[in-house]
Design a protein around this ligand. Structure first.
Ligand SMILES: [Mg+2]
Length: 290
């Protein structure tokens, strides 16, 4: 709806929405995946931990708005920064504390508090994956493994990048059986947060492998990875999954990802075969196929 001149449309018989019909196809060499909400459901529900925690902290400051207003404010910046390392959300929290007359702790203190609360929520999932009580398919977006396999069969180099701390996300990727697919590497947030970002990783991919914009394909459910991909001229696929039902589109996510610049919106990877056929048309440069 919001895409400027061109009309968005759905690939026939699918929930795959082409937002930018002019996107360059068939040249992809590298694929960048976000982790949480894009492949993994282990941290599903994280905003319900982060947002109330921040509202609680801001409501305890010398001057503050009513809680419902605080909630909207926090939700706004938390989701705007989703995709960057967690510390950036905490840095913004510190700024908001200052604006309300408070004296914030170090952002790391809030990050630790958040991880502690989130870990309580997800501990059962991780333990379940470890013990085999939970099947890994139950903690993955549907069709994820099949998509990764298909991309590797096409000879693409796959990268996994997350704003979650690297030791956690590497272990979670391992538990989900994803590690082997990422021949380009697996990257997460570092303690020294200035040393890693998705933007830095993309810049490094371009430099090292002489990539050009249309050779980069990215999958993500956060604002940041979509924006970063578009900055480099790549093709961005917004994954607007309903993480609770594990099926169909979350409209709120979809609208945000379109605003961030996503070229295509998908719910999950059930229809990956149709998606890949579209992304790699048999006759490149020819007429668009359906
Ligand atoms: Mg994500």
């Amino acid at each position: 709806m919001q895409s400027s001149q061109t009309q968005s449309y759905f690939l026939p018989g699918t929930e795959i929405e082409i937002i930018n019909p002019a996107l360059p196809r068939g040249q992809f060499r590298s694929v960048l995946f976000d982790f949480d909400g894009t492949l993994s459901l282990i941290r599903e529900g994280w905003p319900d931990v982060m947002i109330p925690m921040m509202v609680e902290i801001l409501a305890a400051q010398p001057t503050h708005e009513p809680e419902d207003q605080l909630y909207r404010l926090v939700e706004g910046f938390v989701m705007r920064l989703n995709g960057r390392q967690t510390i950036y959300q905490m840095i913004q929290l510190c700024e908001e504390i200052r604006q309300r007359g408070g004296t914030p702790e170090d952002p790391l203190v809030y990050k630790r508090m958040y991880y502690e609360r989130l870990n309580r929520r997800i501990a059962g999932r991780i333990e379940g994956l470890r013990s085999g009580r939970i099947a890994r398919e139950d903690m993955l977006l549907p069709g994820a493994i099949e998509l990764l396999e298909a991309l590797r069969r096409r000879g693409l180099t796959l990268y996994l990048a997350s704003g979650t701390d690297e030791p956690f996300m590497k272990e979670e990727a391992r538990l989900l059986g994803l590690t082997e697919y990422f021949n380009g590497g697996i990257f997460g947030a570092l303690d020294d947060y200035r040393r890693f970002s998705k933007q830095m990783l993309i810049a490094d991919m371009f430099r090292r492998h002489g990539l050009r914009g249309p050779q980069l394909l990215a999958f993500g459910d956060g604002f940041v990875e979509i924006e970063n991909t578009k900055e480099f001229g790549g093709v961005a696929i917004g994954v607007a999954s309903d993480e609770v039902r594990r099926c169909g589109i979350n409209q709120w996510k979809r609208d945000r990802l379109v605003r961030a610049g996503a070229d295509i919106i998908i719910p999950e990877y059930r229809q990956h075969a149709v998606l890949l056929e579209y992304l790699f048309p048999p006759d490149c440069g020819g007429a668009a196929t359906g």
